[in-house]
Design a protein around this ligand. Sequence first.
Ligand SMILES: CC(=O)CC(=O)SCCNC(=O)CCNC(=O)[C@H](O)C(C)(C)COP(=O)(O)OP(=O)(O)OC[C@H]1O[C@@H](n2cnc3c(N)ncnc32)[C@H](O)[C@@H]1OP(=O)(O)O
Length: 399
Amino acid sequence: MAEGIRDKVAILGMGCSRFGERWDCSAEDLMVESFAEALADAGIERDRIDAAWFGMSVDEHGLGKSALSLTTALRLPNIAATRVENMCASGTEALRGAVYGVASGAYDIALAMGVEKLKDTGYGGLPERTKGTFEDLWFPSVTAPGSFAQFASAYVARHGIDMDGLKEAMAHVSWKSHENGSRNPKAHLRARVSKEKILAAPMIAYPLGLYDCCGVSDGSACAIVTTPAIAERLGRTGPLVTVKSIQLALSNGSEVGYDNWDGSYALTTRLASERAYREAGIRDPRRELDLVEVHDCFSITELVTMEDLGLAEPGQGWRAVLDGTFDSSGEVPCNIDGGLKCFGHPIGATGLRMAYEIYQQLRGTAADRQLNAPRLGLTHNLGGYPNKNVCSVSIFGTC
Ligand SMILES: CC(=O)CC(=O)SCCNC(=O)CCNC(=O)[C@H](O)C(C)(C)COP(=O)(O)OP(=O)(O)OC[C@H]1O[C@@H](n2cnc3c(N)ncnc32)[C@H](O)[C@@H]1OP(=O)(O)O
């Protein structure tokens, strides 16, 4: 029976670029920025890295879908490197490759890098033609805000609450993200915004207004991983952060193909989190998890995800949000770094950016955002649309 990866791999170093509108930088510059931080944090030279995984989602490369853009940008020493793509879970997919490579014993030290340079492409949530570097990207009939907005209408229909009540809870989610983002020097959108302003904002896709949407950002994040024994031999100081679980669940068509999914929740989040909790040995996530970083591409996604992860009862997530359960001072702080909403959402970097925040928090290096001695944190990505998606759930800990 497969025994999983629990505690077989430790994070030796992590880095994250500043996110935002980085017109002055190339994707290579962004990768060098996060890689330099991760190397310094790991305390190793680049030639100690045995293998690399590279997550990127939107852009086609002139070099095909290889990882050459990574190995040339970082001048990696002719090692094995693989590009992976799994929508918004691409960064976590890169981390999964690196962690599994080390856990299998094939490599001592591996790198996971995620990057996306979205602003240059014109990518965004509105329905229009966008430009890739080499290929036009064209979403003629569906947009991300339009698709995720349907979570909200399905949620009110299923749970019999009114849309005004739900909008208030969604405004709380966005208000919290802006509060958290304002304390993060690497975040893209750092302005604090009142709930009144959030509720009065222009509509993007009913009922999602401007502040219910994540930003469109450039950025990169990376991790260098190894075994706990090698980390110790390398003289790693401070709390050792290990990977407790990484699980993925992908839609198989049942949401759209059968009639028992009503659109008010993400089936894959429920499946991936059940598996992740089992692998990590977690029985009561709300009590055991000290913080979570979830895929708040839209405020309603965060709210629904709290229920799908078992952090709120079905139909009660909106109340828990309004009670402050997921605020920075709440029972389970969520998206303490600003989340996709305010840190930004350069798609291939997002999963690793979330891991970066958990890593900082567990090591006690999160500066103004530091929580009181957290020991266990979770990251969650939902790529694609509610009716057909890739979900990843990862758990990291120091215990
Ligand atoms: C992809 C998957 O697999 C799954 C997913 O994650 S789905 C999510 C994918 N990502 C998206 O859909 C992105 C959604 N967001 C957007 O498209 C855009 O932010 C938007 C359409 C909501 C607004 O874009 P826009 O109207 O072109 O705004 P833009 O011209 O860039 O900026 C105007 C101002 O609003 C601000 N702004 C832009 N987006 C903002 C946002 N989401 N929240 C707060 N402020 C925002 C800008 O900072 C700017 O402020 P200043 O005037 O003070 O400089």
